[in-house]
Design a protein around this ligand. Structure first.
Ligand code: TYD
Length: 203
């Protein structure tokens, strides 16, 4: 039974098919079991405007990389102002499925948008709010792509293995540059094993 909360703002990152959402759910249900109140949110979305943006982003329509960047940033601005900051001010534990690092990895490393632009937009969207812990569910894109149903791929999930390799390398670079905040988890392991590693890092 945890006695002390070491962190308030916890972020999960990883490429599509890394099992990130499964880990978010496992963590949330363990928190519930332990009567630890928390707020669980997901990017993009989880606000009225954010959900509309999420739909636009997943549709199979032609979109420039910069349009994509602005849409993710707009959805983030809504979520941070309306949900994340109020919850943290209330001293509630916040778990967020994707944050600014998704934009650095996908739009920066994946789409090759200038990282300076991205850092600037991320700062604008979040007032430079940083998480206490980031869990990176790291997996080889060949393995993650085999986990996703190929008939249900959305616009971004349809990207090539090369794209996902760049995204993965981007995540690893950020994680390696920030060892105090980031924990790289081998996402090819069994979900329960990963969950235990995550729980032990938080409590
Ligand atoms: P996610 O919610 O993890 O996928 P799913 O819809 O399957 O639950 O993420 C949505 C997609 O958006 C995913 O392909 C990653 C991408 N994404 C970016 O490219 N940039 C971003 O800034 C964010 C937040 C997500």
């Amino acid at each position: 039974m945890p006695t002390e909360k070491k962190s308030k703002f916890i972020v999960f990152e990883g490429i599509d098919g890394s099992g990130k959402s499964t880990q978010v759910k496992l963590l949330a249900s363990k928190l519930l079991k332990n009567n630890i109140s928390h707020v669980l949110k997901k990017e993009p979305g989880d606000t009225i405007i954010g959900d509309k943006i999420r739909k636009l982003l997943s549709e199979d329509s032609d979109m420039s990389s910069l349009t994509e960047l602005f849409l993710f940033s707009a959805a983030r601005k809504e979520l941070v102002d309306k949900e994340i900051i109020p919850a943290l001010e209330n001293e509630t534990l916040v778990i967020l499925d994707r944050y600014i690092y998704s934009t650095i990895a996908y739009q920066g490393y994946g789409r090759n948008i200038d990282l300076e632009y991205i850092h600037h937009l991320n700062k604008m969207a979040t007032s430079d709010l940083k998480p206490d812990i980031v869990f990176l569910l790291d997996i080889h894109p060949e393995i993650s792509s085999s986990r996703i149903d190929s008939k249900k791929l959305d616009r971004i999930e349809s990207e090539s293995i090369e794209f996902y390799s760049r995204v993965r390398n981007g995540y690893l670079e950020i994680a390696e540059a920030n060892p105090n905040t980031w924990m790289i988890v081998d996402a090819s392991k069994q979900p329960e094993q990963i969950h235990t590693q995550i729980w032990d890092r938080i409590y």
